[in-house]
Ligand binder design. Structure first.
Ligand code: FES
Length: 56
């Protein structure tokens, strides 16, 4: 888990999103959004960086 960022998942073959939709994983490591602001959920798109800077 990255502080205020995504959860890095290694070795997964698929990820289920909050609606139960299955997303196939084709990379050895993927970043799953934990801030709920990504436009590409379940994947992190970097939006958490702007959210974090708004709070500091
Ligand atoms: S954790 Fe990166 S966009 Fe949500």
């Amino acid at each position: 888990m990255c502080p205020q960022g995504p959860v890095l998942v290694r070795g997964a073959q698929r990820v289920l999103d909050e609606d139960g939709v299955e997303h196939l994983v084709t990379r050895p490591v993927v970043a799953v959004c934990a801030c709920d602001r990504s436009a590409r959920k379940p994947w992190c798109d970097g939006t958490h960086k702007s959210v974090r800077s708004d709070r500091t």
